[in-house]
Design a protein around this ligand. Structure first.
Ligand code: NAD
Ligand code: ZN
Length: 377
């Protein structure tokens, strides 16, 4: 039997595959992008195919995608040196996979199902997990950061983190559902319909936020970005006005576009201190300031005029709600209202991961997908 999956090519014969891994023969190896040293770079290695534990599933990775976190780990910046403890480790956390094997305790997933995955692994028993806040679990760990990730031909995923994908959702979208979930969580963390919105920073997640705000009824969407390539992506995703803080009078243009009032909602997607200050200037009194972007250093804000007297709500956003954000994201994808095609700008084979990392470093890209098995579509 040859397995055929929509959107992909011919897949490995399942019974043959399982016989190989159960026999533990030397053929039971896979290619994986491994962080082997506490230094810049990563290596493509041949390593053993992992086996799922009782509450885990083994997936064939149909598509995976590069996130800014992967770039930080690849480049080995200060954050990575401080945050990553386990080396060697397989990189990557965004995935769409076909289920090949399931642990003894797994009841709700079956072989051949197609999944995406929530990358925050919650303990399930701390105060936060018990009160419906597993995304900020105090004992949480993350794929490709604390445990082996998914830049590989095969990967093991905790069954509770698997998100079954609807047959209508393309496999590439399955891989980017996790960062899309960040955009959905931030954009829908308050009113968005009939609102005027400013998205500061049009990296992949900022661009996704523009698409989500557009799909959910925002009336005016303004974006700020300094990279030409990404300014163009912001326009394609549905921004009405794209401003460049290095060239435009952002404060003046936003006043003009909002009847002198300022925007109802700011969605901060850059982590850049001057973009954050610009957002605080541009928001109307009583507005919502939702922040996903992570500044790389502490930053000073004058709370009185910017927050207290302006009576704004400042909201930190971490990850995705488990799993209400996933339901919202899946519904938006199913509705056909989100066109993610302009956001996916490059597709490479897994072996070409360094090309993807270089592009991410340049900023001249949206989302970059990697394919461990198939030819690049
Ligand atoms: P990214 O780094 O690719 O995008 C940031 C964008 O901001 C870039 O395109 C950059 O050119 C732009 N930018 C820089 N300075 C600017 C300025 N002054 N004005 C306007 N734009 C400016 O990041 P991404 O992958 O799209 O993620 C967005 C942010 O969210 C990042 O800071 C990332 O670290 C963070 N993040 C947070 C979480 C979380 O759970 N809180 C999860 C994922 C990502
Ligand atoms: Zn917990």
């Amino acid at each position: 039997m040859r397995l055929k999956v929509k959107g992909g090519g011919t897949h490995l014969d399942l019974q043959h595959f399982m016989a190989i891994i159960k026999a533990g023969t030397p053929m039971a190896k896979m290619k994986a992008v491994v962080k082997t040293k506490r230094a810049p770079g990563a290596e493509l290695c041949d390593i053993d195919i992992p086996r799922p534990g009782p509450n885990e599933i083994l997936v064939k990775v149909l598509a995976t995608s590069i996130c800014g976190t992967d770039l930080h780990i690849f480049l080995w910046n200060e954050w990575a040196d401080h945050r990553i403890h386990r080396i060697p480790q397989i990189m990557g956390h965004e995935v769409c996979g076909q289920v090949l094997d399931i642990g003894d305790q797994v009841k709700h997933i079956k072989k051949d199902d197609i999944i995406s995955a929530e990358t925050h692994i919650a303990c399930g028993h701390c105060y936060l997990c018990q009160t419906g806040n597993g995304h900020i679990c105090i004992n949480g760990s993350i794929f490709g950061v604390d445990i082996d990730g998914v830049f590989a031909e095969y990967a093991v995923v905790p069954a509770n983190n698997a998100w079954l994908i609807d047959a209508n959702i393309p496999r590439d979208y399955g891989s980017i559902m996790e960062p899309l979930g960040n955009a959905v969580h931030t954009t829908l963390a308050g009113n968005i319909a009939a609102q005027t919105v400013l998205v500061t920073g049009c990296g992949p997640i900022g661009i996704m936020s523009i698409a989500v705000a557009r799909a959910c009824g925002a009336t005016t969407i303004i974006a700020t970005e300094i990279n030409e390539f990404r300014k163009q992506l912001a326009r394609q995703a549905g921004a009405d006005l794209v401003l460049d803080p290095t060239a435009d009078d952002v404060a003046k243009q936003i006043k003009l576009a909002t009847d002198g009032l300022g925007v109802d909602v700011v969605i901060e997607m850059s982590g850049n201190p001057s973009a954050i200050r610009q957002g605080l200037d541009a928001i109307r009194p009583g507005g919502r300031f939702s922040i996903l972007g992570i500044p790389d250093k502490p930053l000073e804000i004058d709370w009185g005029p910017n927050i207290i007297f302006k009576y704004i709500t400042v909201q930190g956003i971490n990850g995705r709600l488990m799993f209400s954000t996933w339901h919202q994201t899946a519904r938006l994808l199913r509705s056909g209202r989100l066109d993610l095609e302009p956001i996916i700008t490059h597709r490479f084979r897994l072996e070409e991961f360094e090309k993807g990392m270089d592009l991410m470093k340049s900023g001249n890209c949206g989302k970059i997908l990697l394919y461990p098995h198939e030819n690049v579509p």
